[in-house]
Design a protein around this ligand. Structure first.
Ligand code: S3P
Length: 176
């Protein structure tokens, strides 16, 4: 069964968008992109440096513009940034383009994955573990109304290498 031509993976920081996106794209023989990496390659700076030197607003503009580049591509799986669906009409735009899948993780799962990788994530880099869990809970509640507009939701705690295929197969057979 072929994949949809354009798949957008969304979800909070640390929900495994890049990890699983890379694995699933490889399995299905489609291109994998990471939106943050695309931005970093153009800017020749890390996301953390962009936030620090140019501010979040500029980053959101770059994120918006880089996302639109995918209008002209197909047969890809794109891992978006955690904030991508929540700004600048990006969610609506992705849904007009292709299939959006929300990787839904519990706050405790997110905490486990981001707590050793805070330095590269400007929104959380200076937080201690207690602040971090509170931030995740609050931000996730704010963002879920956007995330839940996705075409499909996959629970991160149950993901495996066949999850994408199983989801799409089930949907095609009318069982979703
Ligand atoms: C952000 C998430 C990051 C990155 C930037 C902002 C966010 O992406 O785009 O630091 O607003 O949640 P990841 O979800 O890949 O960490």
């Amino acid at each position: 069964m072929p994949l949809p031509e354009k798949i957008f993976l969304i979800g909070f920081m640390g929900s495994g968008k890049s990890h699983w996106g890379h694995i699933w794209a490889g399995q299905h023989g489609v291109d994998f992109f990471d939106l943050d990496t695309c931005i970093e390659e153009t800017a020749k700076m890390t996301v953390a440096e962009i936030f620090e030197k140019q501010g979040e607003e500029k980053f959101r503009k770059m994120e918006h513009d880089h996302l639109r580049i995918f209008q002209n591509k197909k047969n890809f799986l794109l891992a978006c940034g955690g904030g991508t669906p929540c700004f600048d009409g990006n969610m609506q735009w992705m849904k007009t383009q292709g299939t959006v899948i929300y990787l839904k993780a519990m706050p405790e799962t997110i905490l486990k994955y981001v707590k050793n990788e805070q330095a590269g994530r400007p929104l959380i880099k200076d937080m201690n573990p207690a602040e971090l869990l509170l931030f995740i809970q609050k931000k996730l509640a704010e963002r879920e109304p956007f995330y839940l507009q996705a075409n499909f939701v996959l629970n991160v705690e149950a993901l495996n290498k066949d999850s994408l295929w199983q989801l799409l197969n089930k949907t095609t057979n009318g069982n979703a």
